[in-house]
Write a new protein. Structure first.
Length: 79
């Protein structure tokens, strides 16, 4: 995941783009997977959500928008 995010940030992302995110979709929880996939970047993970079905594209978009709204509101409170 980190490879793809770093590649995107260095090769594709522009100054006007929002921060790059990555989604890991798994069939089961694995702390080892998180540890070795993210390493010390794991502290930047805000939340995890486990579902028993694969969400639709619309559900993923809605969830991302909710998350971005929370982050924006938190930034305003902290400013």
């Amino acid at each position: 995941m980190l490879l793809y995010v770093n590649y995107f940030d260095q090769e594709i992302k522009t100054r006007d783009d929002n921060p790059t995110i990555g989604l890991i979709l798994c069939t089961e929880k694995s702390n080892a997977m998180v540890k070795y996939t993210l390493g010390d970047k794991a502290r930047r993970i805000f939340t995890s959500k486990y579902q028993f079905h694969l969400p639709t594209e619309e559900e993923l978009v809605a969830e991302l928008r909710r998350g971005m709204k929370k982050i924006t509101l938190k930034k305003r409170v902290l400013s």
